[in-house]
Design a protein around this ligand. Sequence first.
Ligand code: NAP
Ligand code: F7E
Length: 320
Amino acid sequence: MKSALITGITGQDGSYLAELLLDKGYAVHGVVRRSSTESFERVAHLADRITLHQADLNDLASLTTVVQEVHPSEVYNLAAQSFVPTSWKQPLLTSDITAIGVTRVLEAIRLVDPKGIKFYQASSSEMFGKVRESPQNESTPFHPRSPYGVAKVYGHFITVNYRESYGMYGVSGILFNHESPRRGKEFVPRKVTDAVARIKLGLQKELRIGNLEARRDWGYAGDYVRAMWLMLQQERPEDFVVASGKMHTVRDLVRIAFDHVGLDWQKHTVQDPKFMRPAEVDLLLGDASKARRVLGWEPEVSFEQLIRMMVDADLKRNGG
Ligand code: NAP
Ligand code: F7E
Protein backbone atom coordinates (compact mmCIF):
# COMPACT_ATOMS: atom_id res chain seq x y z
CA MET A 1 0.00 0.00 0.00
CA LYS A 2 1.31 3.46 -0.90
CA SER A 3 1.59 5.97 1.92
CA ALA A 4 1.69 9.74 1.88
CA LEU A 5 2.72 12.37 4.41
CA ILE A 6 1.04 15.77 4.09
CA THR A 7 2.38 18.84 5.87
CA GLY A 8 -0.43 21.41 6.18
CA ILE A 9 -3.10 18.69 6.24
CA THR A 10 -5.35 20.95 8.35
CA GLY A 11 -5.36 23.63 5.63
CA GLN A 12 -7.69 24.00 2.64
CA ASP A 13 -5.56 22.00 0.18
CA GLY A 14 -4.44 19.45 2.78
CA SER A 15 -8.04 18.40 3.43
CA TYR A 16 -8.89 17.93 -0.28
CA LEU A 17 -5.61 16.12 -0.96
CA ALA A 18 -6.18 13.78 2.00
CA GLU A 19 -9.62 12.88 0.57
CA LEU A 20 -8.16 12.25 -2.89
CA LEU A 21 -5.35 10.03 -1.59
CA LEU A 22 -7.72 8.04 0.65
CA ASP A 23 -9.92 7.44 -2.41
CA LYS A 24 -6.85 6.13 -4.23
CA GLY A 25 -6.12 3.67 -1.42
CA TYR A 26 -3.18 5.46 0.23
CA ALA A 27 -2.41 5.31 3.93
CA VAL A 28 -2.60 9.04 4.71
CA HIS A 29 -0.49 10.70 7.41
CA GLY A 30 -0.49 14.37 8.30
CA VAL A 31 1.77 16.75 10.16
CA VAL A 32 0.02 19.00 12.70
CA ARG A 33 1.66 21.63 14.89
CA ARG A 34 1.08 22.00 18.57
CA SER A 35 -1.42 24.63 19.62
CA SER A 36 -3.34 25.34 22.85
CA THR A 37 -6.61 24.68 21.03
CA GLU A 38 -6.73 22.05 18.33
CA SER A 39 -8.40 23.23 15.12
CA PHE A 40 -8.68 20.23 12.85
CA GLU A 41 -12.10 21.29 11.51
CA ARG A 42 -11.28 20.69 7.82
CA VAL A 43 -10.21 17.08 8.41
CA ALA A 44 -12.60 16.21 11.25
CA HIS A 45 -14.70 14.08 8.87
CA LEU A 46 -11.57 12.00 8.07
CA ALA A 47 -10.45 11.57 11.69
CA ASP A 48 -10.70 7.77 11.79
CA ARG A 49 -9.07 7.29 8.36
CA ILE A 50 -5.91 9.42 8.68
CA THR A 51 -3.02 9.43 11.16
CA LEU A 52 -1.83 12.74 12.58
CA HIS A 53 1.72 13.36 13.84
CA GLN A 54 2.91 16.34 15.82
CA ALA A 55 5.80 18.21 14.18
CA ASP A 56 6.57 21.75 13.07
CA LEU A 57 8.12 23.15 9.91
CA ASN A 58 10.44 25.16 12.13
CA ASP A 59 11.83 22.04 13.81
CA LEU A 60 14.04 19.69 11.81
CA ALA A 61 14.25 16.98 14.48
CA SER A 62 10.47 16.60 14.71
CA LEU A 63 10.15 16.43 10.91
CA THR A 64 12.93 13.85 10.61
CA THR A 65 11.33 11.70 13.32
CA VAL A 66 7.97 11.72 11.49
CA VAL A 67 9.53 10.93 8.10
CA GLN A 68 11.49 8.09 9.75
CA GLU A 69 8.43 6.66 11.51
CA VAL A 70 6.04 6.89 8.56
CA HIS A 71 8.59 6.28 5.79
CA PRO A 72 6.06 7.49 3.20
CA SER A 73 6.32 6.93 -0.56
CA GLU A 74 5.27 10.56 -1.13
CA VAL A 75 5.61 13.78 0.88
CA TYR A 76 3.42 16.77 0.01
CA ASN A 77 4.74 19.98 1.57
CA LEU A 78 1.66 22.18 1.82
CA ALA A 79 2.43 23.84 5.16
CA ALA A 80 3.14 27.56 4.98
CA GLN A 81 2.34 30.98 6.38
CA SER A 82 0.16 31.48 3.32
CA PHE A 83 -1.62 34.84 3.80
CA VAL A 84 0.15 37.53 1.78
CA PRO A 85 -0.68 40.59 4.00
CA THR A 86 0.62 38.77 7.11
CA SER A 87 3.94 38.31 5.33
CA TRP A 88 4.60 42.09 5.63
CA LYS A 89 3.64 42.05 9.31
CA GLN A 90 5.65 38.89 10.12
CA PRO A 91 8.35 38.67 7.43
CA LEU A 92 10.81 36.63 9.48
CA LEU A 93 8.25 34.08 10.60
CA THR A 94 7.05 33.83 7.00
CA SER A 95 10.63 33.21 5.82
CA ASP A 96 11.23 30.63 8.55
CA ILE A 97 8.16 28.56 7.68
CA THR A 98 7.47 29.25 4.00
CA ALA A 99 11.11 29.40 2.82
CA ILE A 100 13.55 27.63 5.20
CA GLY A 101 10.80 25.20 6.24
CA VAL A 102 11.04 23.68 2.76
CA THR A 103 14.73 22.94 3.30
CA ARG A 104 13.90 21.30 6.63
CA VAL A 105 11.41 18.94 4.96
CA LEU A 106 13.89 18.21 2.16
CA GLU A 107 16.66 17.56 4.70
CA ALA A 108 14.42 15.16 6.64
CA ILE A 109 13.83 13.22 3.41
CA ARG A 110 17.51 13.35 2.42
CA LEU A 111 18.51 11.96 5.84
CA VAL A 112 15.93 9.15 5.76
CA ASP A 113 15.61 8.01 2.12
CA PRO A 114 16.50 10.53 -0.62
CA LYS A 115 15.99 8.09 -3.49
CA GLY A 116 12.85 6.36 -2.22
CA ILE A 117 10.61 9.25 -1.14
CA LYS A 118 9.00 11.57 -3.69
CA PHE A 119 8.52 15.24 -2.77
CA TYR A 120 5.93 17.84 -3.82
CA GLN A 121 6.49 21.55 -3.06
CA ALA A 122 3.49 23.89 -3.00
CA SER A 123 4.85 26.77 -5.06
CA SER A 124 2.75 29.74 -6.05
CA SER A 125 1.86 32.14 -8.85
CA GLU A 126 2.79 34.89 -6.34
CA MET A 127 6.38 34.16 -7.46
CA PHE A 128 5.56 35.86 -10.80
CA GLY A 129 4.42 39.01 -8.94
CA LYS A 130 5.05 41.98 -11.23
CA VAL A 131 4.61 39.80 -14.27
CA ARG A 132 7.24 39.89 -17.02
CA GLU A 133 4.90 38.33 -19.60
CA SER A 134 1.31 37.16 -19.86
CA PRO A 135 0.16 34.44 -19.59
CA GLN A 136 2.78 33.01 -17.22
CA ASN A 137 4.27 29.56 -17.81
CA GLU A 138 7.06 27.40 -16.35
CA SER A 139 9.81 29.55 -17.91
CA THR A 140 8.43 33.02 -17.03
CA PRO A 141 10.96 34.84 -14.79
CA PHE A 142 9.97 35.54 -11.18
CA HIS A 143 9.53 39.01 -9.65
CA PRO A 144 7.80 38.48 -6.28
CA ARG A 145 6.06 41.48 -4.67
CA SER A 146 5.70 40.34 -1.03
CA PRO A 147 7.82 38.60 1.59
CA TYR A 148 5.50 35.62 0.99
CA GLY A 149 6.31 35.60 -2.73
CA VAL A 150 10.03 35.92 -2.00
CA ALA A 151 9.84 32.97 0.43
CA LYS A 152 8.05 30.85 -2.20
CA VAL A 153 10.80 31.62 -4.75
CA TYR A 154 13.31 30.22 -2.24
CA GLY A 155 11.14 27.12 -1.73
CA HIS A 156 10.91 26.62 -5.48
CA PHE A 157 14.64 26.83 -6.11
CA ILE A 158 15.69 24.74 -3.11
CA THR A 159 13.41 21.99 -4.46
CA VAL A 160 15.05 22.28 -7.90
CA ASN A 161 18.45 22.26 -6.20
CA TYR A 162 17.83 19.08 -4.17
CA ARG A 163 16.61 17.41 -7.35
CA GLU A 164 19.78 18.44 -9.19
CA SER A 165 22.20 17.85 -6.28
CA TYR A 166 20.94 14.55 -4.87
CA GLY A 167 18.87 13.10 -7.70
CA MET A 168 15.77 13.34 -5.52
CA TYR A 169 12.31 13.08 -7.09
CA GLY A 170 11.24 16.61 -6.12
CA VAL A 171 8.75 18.74 -8.01
CA SER A 172 7.46 22.27 -7.68
CA GLY A 173 3.79 22.83 -8.53
CA ILE A 174 3.28 26.48 -9.43
CA LEU A 175 -0.38 26.79 -8.56
CA PHE A 176 -2.50 29.84 -9.27
CA ASN A 177 -5.18 30.95 -6.76
CA HIS A 178 -7.59 28.16 -5.90
CA GLU A 179 -10.57 28.41 -3.63
CA SER A 180 -13.42 26.40 -2.11
CA PRO A 181 -15.99 26.52 0.70
CA ARG A 182 -13.06 25.44 2.94
CA ARG A 183 -10.94 28.50 2.10
CA GLY A 184 -9.85 30.73 5.03
CA LYS A 185 -12.12 33.75 5.46
CA GLU A 186 -9.23 36.23 5.15
CA PHE A 187 -8.68 35.45 1.44
CA VAL A 188 -10.78 37.63 -0.85
CA PRO A 189 -13.12 35.05 -2.47
CA ARG A 190 -14.22 33.52 0.83
CA LYS A 191 -14.33 36.93 2.52
CA VAL A 192 -16.75 38.02 -0.24
CA THR A 193 -18.94 34.89 -0.29
CA ASP A 194 -19.24 34.82 3.50
CA ALA A 195 -20.13 38.54 3.58
CA VAL A 196 -22.69 38.12 0.77
CA ALA A 197 -24.37 35.26 2.65
CA ARG A 198 -24.42 37.22 5.91
CA ILE A 199 -25.74 40.40 4.24
CA LYS A 200 -28.48 38.38 2.52
CA LEU A 201 -29.45 36.85 5.88
CA GLY A 202 -29.40 40.23 7.66
CA LEU A 203 -26.39 39.31 9.84
CA GLN A 204 -23.96 41.90 8.39
CA LYS A 205 -24.43 45.39 6.93
CA GLU A 206 -21.72 45.78 4.32
CA LEU A 207 -18.66 44.28 2.64
CA ARG A 208 -15.47 46.30 3.20
CA ILE A 209 -12.90 45.55 0.55
CA GLY A 210 -9.56 46.70 -0.91
CA ASN A 211 -8.39 46.78 -4.53
CA LEU A 212 -11.31 45.97 -6.84
CA GLU A 213 -9.12 46.15 -9.97
CA ALA A 214 -6.72 43.31 -9.03
CA ARG A 215 -7.00 40.44 -11.50
CA ARG A 216 -6.45 36.79 -10.71
CA ASP A 217 -6.69 33.38 -12.36
CA TRP A 218 -9.00 31.57 -9.92
CA GLY A 219 -9.80 27.85 -9.83
CA TYR A 220 -11.34 25.20 -7.55
CA ALA A 221 -9.07 23.58 -4.93
CA GLY A 222 -10.61 20.13 -5.53
CA ASP A 223 -9.39 20.28 -9.14
CA TYR A 224 -5.92 21.54 -8.20
CA VAL A 225 -5.01 18.78 -5.69
CA ARG A 226 -5.48 16.26 -8.56
CA ALA A 227 -2.62 18.01 -10.36
CA MET A 228 -0.40 17.68 -7.25
CA TRP A 229 -0.90 13.92 -7.18
CA LEU A 230 -0.36 13.58 -10.95
CA MET A 231 2.98 15.41 -10.68
CA LEU A 232 4.30 12.67 -8.38
CA GLN A 233 3.16 9.84 -10.71
CA GLN A 234 5.43 10.75 -13.65
CA GLU A 235 8.61 8.97 -14.74
CA ARG A 236 10.72 12.12 -14.41
CA PRO A 237 10.33 14.91 -11.83
CA GLU A 238 9.33 18.18 -13.53
CA ASP A 239 7.74 21.47 -12.51
CA PHE A 240 4.27 22.50 -13.68
CA VAL A 241 2.05 25.56 -13.80
CA VAL A 242 -1.53 24.77 -12.73
CA ALA A 243 -4.15 27.39 -13.65
CA SER A 244 -7.55 27.87 -15.26
CA GLY A 245 -6.27 30.16 -18.03
CA LYS A 246 -9.07 32.66 -17.29
CA MET A 247 -8.70 35.97 -15.51
CA HIS A 248 -11.26 37.98 -13.53
CA THR A 249 -11.15 41.14 -11.43
CA VAL A 250 -12.04 41.28 -7.75
CA ARG A 251 -14.94 43.48 -8.97
CA ASP A 252 -16.23 40.55 -11.14
CA LEU A 253 -16.00 38.25 -8.14
CA VAL A 254 -18.01 40.64 -5.94
CA ARG A 255 -20.64 41.21 -8.64
CA ILE A 256 -21.15 37.50 -9.38
CA ALA A 257 -21.46 36.67 -5.67
CA PHE A 258 -24.07 39.40 -4.99
CA ASP A 259 -25.93 38.58 -8.23
CA HIS A 260 -26.32 34.99 -7.04
CA VAL A 261 -28.45 36.13 -4.07
CA GLY A 262 -30.28 38.82 -6.06
CA LEU A 263 -28.54 41.85 -4.48
CA ASP A 264 -26.87 44.89 -6.14
CA TRP A 265 -23.18 44.75 -5.18
CA GLN A 266 -22.73 48.53 -5.37
CA LYS A 267 -25.31 49.11 -2.62
CA HIS A 268 -23.49 46.85 -0.16
CA THR A 269 -19.77 47.27 -0.92
CA VAL A 270 -17.43 49.88 0.56
CA GLN A 271 -13.82 50.31 -0.50
CA ASP A 272 -11.48 50.54 2.48
CA PRO A 273 -7.80 51.59 2.12
CA LYS A 274 -7.02 49.34 5.11
CA PHE A 275 -7.11 46.36 2.72
CA MET A 276 -4.66 47.82 0.16
CA ARG A 277 -1.17 46.27 0.06
CA PRO A 278 2.27 47.95 0.20
CA ALA A 279 3.07 46.37 -3.18
CA GLU A 280 0.33 44.79 -5.27
CA VAL A 281 0.30 41.94 -7.77
CA ASP A 282 -1.91 43.58 -10.39
CA LEU A 283 -2.63 40.55 -12.54
CA LEU A 284 -1.96 36.84 -12.81
CA LEU A 285 -2.95 34.60 -15.69
CA GLY A 286 -1.58 31.07 -16.00
CA ASP A 287 -0.72 28.99 -19.05
CA ALA A 288 -1.25 25.36 -17.94
CA SER A 289 -0.71 23.82 -21.37
CA LYS A 290 2.22 21.70 -20.10
CA ALA A 291 0.04 20.23 -17.32
CA ARG A 292 -2.69 19.51 -19.87
CA ARG A 293 -0.26 17.88 -22.31
CA VAL A 294 1.95 15.87 -19.91
CA LEU A 295 -0.37 15.18 -16.96
CA GLY A 296 -3.67 15.12 -18.86
CA TRP A 297 -4.95 17.58 -16.24
CA GLU A 298 -8.05 19.72 -16.85
CA PRO A 299 -10.00 21.85 -14.37
CA GLU A 300 -13.67 20.86 -14.06
CA VAL A 301 -15.23 23.73 -12.10
CA SER A 302 -15.58 27.18 -13.72
CA PHE A 303 -15.09 30.49 -11.90
CA GLU A 304 -18.83 31.22 -11.87
CA GLN A 305 -19.68 27.71 -10.57
CA LEU A 306 -17.01 28.08 -7.88
CA ILE A 307 -18.35 31.40 -6.60
CA ARG A 308 -21.93 30.13 -6.54
CA MET A 309 -20.83 26.95 -4.74
CA MET A 310 -19.05 29.06 -2.10
CA VAL A 311 -22.01 31.45 -1.62
CA ASP A 312 -24.39 28.49 -1.24
CA ALA A 313 -22.11 26.85 1.33
CA ASP A 314 -21.83 30.12 3.29
CA LEU A 315 -25.60 30.64 3.21
CA LYS A 316 -26.00 27.17 4.72
CA ARG A 317 -23.25 27.67 7.28
CA ASN A 318 -24.81 30.96 8.40
CA GLY A 319 -28.18 29.32 8.94
CA GLY A 320 -29.85 30.17 5.61
P1 NAP B 1 -3.73 27.16 4.31
O1 NAP B 1 -5.19 26.83 4.29
O2 NAP B 1 -3.29 28.48 4.88
O3 NAP B 1 -2.99 25.98 5.13
C1 NAP B 1 -1.68 26.12 5.58
C2 NAP B 1 -1.32 24.91 6.42
O4 NAP B 1 0.03 25.05 6.88
C3 NAP B 1 -2.19 24.69 7.66
O5 NAP B 1 -2.45 23.32 7.81
C4 NAP B 1 -1.28 25.17 8.79
O6 NAP B 1 -1.55 24.58 10.04
C5 NAP B 1 0.07 24.68 8.26
N1 NAP B 1 1.21 25.32 8.93
C6 NAP B 1 1.48 26.65 9.03
N2 NAP B 1 2.61 26.84 9.72
C7 NAP B 1 3.09 25.62 10.07
C8 NAP B 1 4.22 25.17 10.79
N3 NAP B 1 5.10 26.01 11.31
N4 NAP B 1 4.40 23.82 10.94
C9 NAP B 1 3.50 22.95 10.44
N5 NAP B 1 2.40 23.32 9.75
C10 NAP B 1 2.19 24.64 9.58
O7 NAP B 1 -3.12 27.05 2.85
P2 NAP B 1 -3.73 26.36 1.52
O8 NAP B 1 -4.56 27.35 0.81
O9 NAP B 1 -4.25 25.02 1.86
O10 NAP B 1 -2.39 26.23 0.65
C11 NAP B 1 -1.56 25.08 0.75
C12 NAP B 1 -0.16 25.45 0.27
O11 NAP B 1 -0.22 25.87 -1.08
C13 NAP B 1 0.51 26.58 1.02
O12 NAP B 1 1.89 26.32 1.04
C14 NAP B 1 0.24 27.80 0.16
O13 NAP B 1 1.23 28.79 0.39
C15 NAP B 1 0.33 27.18 -1.21
N6 NAP B 1 -0.46 27.82 -2.26
C16 NAP B 1 -1.78 28.05 -2.08
C17 NAP B 1 -2.52 28.58 -3.11
C18 NAP B 1 -4.00 28.83 -2.97
O14 NAP B 1 -4.55 29.57 -3.80
N7 NAP B 1 -4.67 28.23 -2.00
C19 NAP B 1 -1.91 28.85 -4.35
C20 NAP B 1 -0.56 28.56 -4.50
C21 NAP B 1 0.16 28.03 -3.46
P3 NAP B 1 -2.59 25.24 11.10
O15 NAP B 1 -3.94 24.64 10.74
O16 NAP B 1 -2.06 24.76 12.39
O17 NAP B 1 -2.55 26.73 10.91
O1 F7E C 1 -6.02 38.37 -2.62
C1 F7E C 1 -7.18 41.75 -3.54
C2 F7E C 1 -5.75 41.62 -3.07
O2 F7E C 1 -5.70 37.41 -0.33
C3 F7E C 1 -6.30 38.38 -3.99
C4 F7E C 1 -2.88 32.86 -1.36
O3 F7E C 1 -3.49 31.60 -1.39
O4 F7E C 1 -3.09 33.07 -3.74
C5 F7E C 1 -3.40 33.70 -2.51
O5 F7E C 1 -2.79 34.99 -2.44
C6 F7E C 1 -6.38 39.81 -4.52
C7 F7E C 1 -5.19 40.70 -4.13
O6 F7E C 1 -5.01 36.08 -2.40
C8 F7E C 1 -9.19 42.43 -0.59
O7 F7E C 1 -5.13 42.90 -3.01
C9 F7E C 1 -8.96 43.24 -2.60
O8 F7E C 1 -4.80 41.44 -5.26
O9 F7E C 1 -7.39 36.34 -1.90
P1 F7E C 1 -6.10 37.02 -1.72
P2 F7E C 1 -3.51 36.31 -2.93
O10 F7E C 1 -2.85 37.45 -2.25
O11 F7E C 1 -3.59 36.35 -4.42
C10 F7E C 1 -1.70 32.86 -3.99
C11 F7E C 1 -1.56 32.13 -5.31
C12 F7E C 1 -1.00 32.21 -2.86
O12 F7E C 1 -0.04 31.46 -3.05
C13 F7E C 1 -1.36 32.68 -1.48
O13 F7E C 1 -0.97 31.72 -0.50
O14 F7E C 1 -7.52 40.43 -3.94
N1 F7E C 1 -8.11 42.19 -2.48
N2 F7E C 1 -9.63 43.41 -1.45
C14 F7E C 1 -8.23 41.66 -1.26
N3 F7E C 1 -7.62 40.61 -0.68
C15 F7E C 1 -7.98 40.29 0.60
N4 F7E C 1 -7.40 39.23 1.19
N5 F7E C 1 -8.91 41.02 1.28
C16 F7E C 1 -9.54 42.10 0.73
O15 F7E C 1 -10.38 42.74 1.36
